[in-house]
Design a protein around this ligand. Structure first.
Ligand code: SF4
Length: 335
């Protein structure tokens, strides 16, 4: 996850909630991608560190547990950069220029100059991020599937060139995060750039205030007009966060005009608050002492570095770049 500052409910539903479940099903590595942040925000790095800590606090608040997963900062494991460099030597330019997000972002982001080497190459860095842990699965949304496919292609190409004494990289599979439609307060997709977010750190009064101004089914102009929760952003929030019982009451009450939007929104706020409150309580311990969170990241970086270095030894060995004289001459002989 890129360090973009405090996380919102869209980040939670789109990734984090899924990660919390995954830490009991897989051996997971989660990292704050500070180098990736530079691919678009290279000109001002003054907030990178504080944003990394903010993201980490939200991860811990949401329930990621250092006993059950490895959490770290990408730049603290420099082996990612070494593997990125080596992959960049074997990745054809055409593969990168075809990546759909590359084309989209070049067209849509006009306030920054993205004609940079790092921006074109960021899927190669992603491939290094994944393959350095020999990841079998990568939890992604639909839009990131082409990046996982590119990672598979890079792994395949590397394995073709350098397979002595053994094949090094598995081909990872995408693990699709079920897409949940999470609208922001203005009804558009929840996103920082639209200014329509509800943050995981928003206190209860602010959550209630934001809900009060949230847009609803436009057909429901007067209190007596029946509405339809399926076309109402508040209805979408209920579907994701409220109980089956509340959803049944919303459905019946909205369609018959038996409830007003104000009441319906207060139920939605209740549901959100019941999820956010325990997160905010967990967060407080680390907020009061951010050093604790930093130490977890550092321990995670140490653990991740051990795994990454083991892979890099194999890579250097296979490419004839081992510091070990015996291994170097073995690779020579294999050629
Ligand atoms: S009652 Fe609820 S679901 Fe129906 S339009 Fe109002 S806010 Fe939306």
């Amino acid at each position: 996850m890129r360090p973009t500052g405090k996380l919102h409910l869209g980040n939670y539903v789109g990734a984090l909630a899924n990660w919390v479940k995954m830490q009991d099903q897989y051996e997971c590595f989660f990292f704050v991608a500070d180098w990736h942040a530079l691919t678009t925000d290279y000109a001002d790095t003054s907030h990178v560190k504080e944003n990394c800590v903010d993201v980490m606090l939200d991860w811990l608040a949401a329930g990621l547990d250092p006993e059950r997963c490895v959490m770290f900062i990408q730049s603290h494991v420099p082996q990612h950069a070494e593997l990125h460099l080596l992959f960049s030597m074997i990745t054809p330019l055409g593969w990168l220029e075809r990546v759909p997000t590359y084309k989209e972002q070049r067209e849509n982001i006009s306030d920054k100059d993205l004609s940079m080497y790092g921006f074109l190459g960021y899927p190669v860095l992603q491939a290094a991020d994944i393959l350095i842990y020999k990841g079998d699965f990568v939890p992604v949304g639909e839009d990131q599937v082409p990046h996982v496919e590119l990672t598979r292609e890079i792994a395949r190409r590397f394995n073709q060139f350098y397979h002595e004494p053994r094949i090094i990289f598995p081909e990872p599979q995408p693990l699709l995060t079920p897409a949940a439609k999470l609208p922001g307060t203005d009804g558009r997709k929840m996103s920082k750039s639209y200014g329509n977010t509800i943050l995981l750190t928003d206190p209860e009064p602010l959550v209630r205030q934001k809900l009060k101004t949230m847009v609803t089914d436009p057909a429901r102009v007067r209190r007596t007009d029946p509405g339809n929760p399926d076309v109402c952003p508040v209805g979408d929030l209920h579907k994701i966060f409220s109980s089956a019982e509340t959803n049944a009451n919303v459905n019946a009450g909205c369609r018959s005009a038996g409830i007003g939007c104000i009441e319906c929104k207060s139920w939605a706020a209740d549901s959100l608050v019941s999820i956010l409150n325990p997160m905010q309580e967990r967060r407080k311990k680390y907020e009061d002492n951010p050093r604790l969170a930093w130490d977890i990241l550092e321990q995670g970086s140490t653990r991740a570095s051990q795994v990454a270095e083991t892979t890099m030894k194999e890579v250097r060995d296979a490419m004839g770049m081992s510091r070990d004289f015996g291994a170097a001459s073995n690779a020579q002989r294999a050629k």
